[in-house]
Design a protein around this ligand. Structure first.
Ligand SMILES: Cc1ncc(COP(=O)(O)O)c(C=O)c1O
Length: 443
């Protein structure tokens, strides 16, 4: 077999991805370590990444792709940033894990508390899932209440109490959205639509005083990019405060991505608890939940709410996170990303405006972007996303991939810009998107 050149991207004879995928499926469920990577939603063979640098990666076929997934969000500075690599290598040379306190975790907690409003205390975890799960436990421990509220169209990781969908009927008990989640656990979670004040009013009137916490992505970015009206966010915040419900903002994606102060700074609202992941670990496994001392005084070892982790505050993850946040603070990276995002948005809007027959809309918040297929209106709720969005996206995705532009292998995942993307990358992407959209809507 010949290997194609990474620079030309020719894939004439290469089939290494297919070979590896066959091997993977014999030993990894579905061939992957996390489901969306399997390309089920778009068809075809997942790309096995050999190496990555900046805005691109090279797959095992030897083809180089312009990457708008960036490991699903942690890599705001791009792949293999030299300063992050050197921080990681330096930390690794002093030990991989201590299971004891160390300076790096104090520094990272201080940085997070300095940038995000309302934070006195930070507890580190090894994933975003652990962060949201633990934040809920803390809220339940602090309020003595069991019920929680979440929203359809938000994702908070895969703990049992959060893999829940709305049951039938208004304000009903939740139902498991995954096999293996006990119905008795799901019943403690209520699920409401986003963007609906009346649904909030009805819920809080009926259940506000028995609800421990409301959890939401203030910038929902896991079911498309469902930007919310500030008035809706404020209404929810006020209702929760009135009923003594702990507000948890899940900023695992938006934290340090939409700005140093996350969605809290964007909307001028300070949640009681916030969860982080992705960027705070600089590409290493890491999560965190944070908030006011009055809540964290209830957390072990200070209080009765138990939470722990062998690798929590891992020195390599802390080093990567510290260096990432340091660079974000030092280099004005968010201004650069806003300019890049604006360039992409102007290009996307111009091509969409020029083609009234294309059923697609473009939405962006900073360096997060999404093509909403099937309609020319940007949806605010998951139920407003067109039924044929996935089918249209499948064609769009394949056309982009053929031109070595890598988007998330699902219609419902957002795109990520990084500081390693330049104007030329964005201009190339715009040209590729235009050809791919023309192909999508000519079929
Ligand atoms: C908003 C949000 N919360 C929680 C999680 C779970 O984080 P992890 O995959 O690190 O467990 C994710 C993952 O994508 C997320 O986007």
């Amino acid at each position: 077999m010949t290997t194609s050149s990474p620079e030309t991207g020719s894939t004439e004879t290469a089939c290494r991805n297919a070979e590896l995928f066959a091997r993977a499926q014999a030993v990894l469920p579905g061939g992957v370590s996390s489901p969306v990577r399997a390309f089920r939603a778009v068809g075809g063979t997942p790309l096995f990444v050999r190496e990555a640098k900046g805005a691109t990666f090279v797959d095992e076929n030897g083809t180089r792709y312009l990457d708008f997934v960036q490991s699903w969000g942690p890599l705001i500075l791009g792949h293999a940033h030299p300063e992050i690599l050197s921080a990681v290598q330096d930390a690794a040379s002093r030990g991989l894990t201590f299971g004891a306190p160390h300076t790096g975790e104090v520094e990272l907690a201080e940085r997070i508390a300095r940038q995000y409003p309302g934070i006195d205390r930070v507890r580190f975890t090894s994933s975003g899932t652990e962060a949201t799960m633990s934040a809920l436990r803390l809220a339940r421990g602090a309020t003595g209440r069991d019920r929680i509220l979440k929203f359809s169209g938000c994702y908070h990781g895969h703990s049992d109490g959060l893999l829940v969908a709305a049951g039938s009927g208004a304000i009903t008990l939740g139902e498991p959205s995954s096999a293996g989640v006990p119905a008795d656990v799901a019943r403690l979670t209520s699920v409401l639509p986003l963007d609906d004040e009346a649904a909030l009013d009805a819920y809080f009137t009926a259940h506000g005083d028995e609800t421990a916490a409301v959890i939401l992505e203030p910038i929902p970015a896991n079911n498309g990019l469902l930007l919310q009206r500030p008035e809706w966010l404020r209404h929810l915040h006020e209702l929760a405060a009135r009923h003594g419900v702990v507000t948890i903002w899940d900023e695992v994606i938006s934290g340090f991505r939409v700005g140093l102060g996350g969605a809290a700074a964007v909307y001028g609202i300070t949640p009681d608890l916030v969860t982080f992941g992705k960027i705070v670990g600089g590409g290493m496994p890491c999560g965190a939940f944070a908030g006011a001392a009055r809540l964290f005084d209830r957390l072990a070892p200070l209080g009765p709410v138990y939470q722990a982790g062998t690798l929590s505050g891992n020195p390599i993850a802390m080093a990567a996170g510290n260096r990432t946040l340091q660079i974000l603070e030092r280099d004005g990276v968010h201004d650069q990303l806003e300019a890049l995002g604006d360039r992409l948005e102007r290009g996307a809007r111009a091509m969409i405006d020029a083609h009234p027959d294309w059923r697609v809309a473009f939405v962006r918040q900073g360096s997060l972007f999404w093509f909403a297929f099937g309609d020319r209106t940007v949806p605010r709720t998951d139920s407003a996303i067109a039924a044929d969005a996935a089918a249209l996206y499948r064609r769009f995705f394949a056309a982009c991939l053929r031109e070595q532009v890598y988007l998330a292998p699902s219609a419902y995942e957002v795109g990520f810009l990084s500081a390693a993307h330049g104007d030329a990358d964005v201009d190339r992407a715009i040209a590729v998107f235009e050809r791919a959209l023309a192909e999508t809507f000519s079929a």
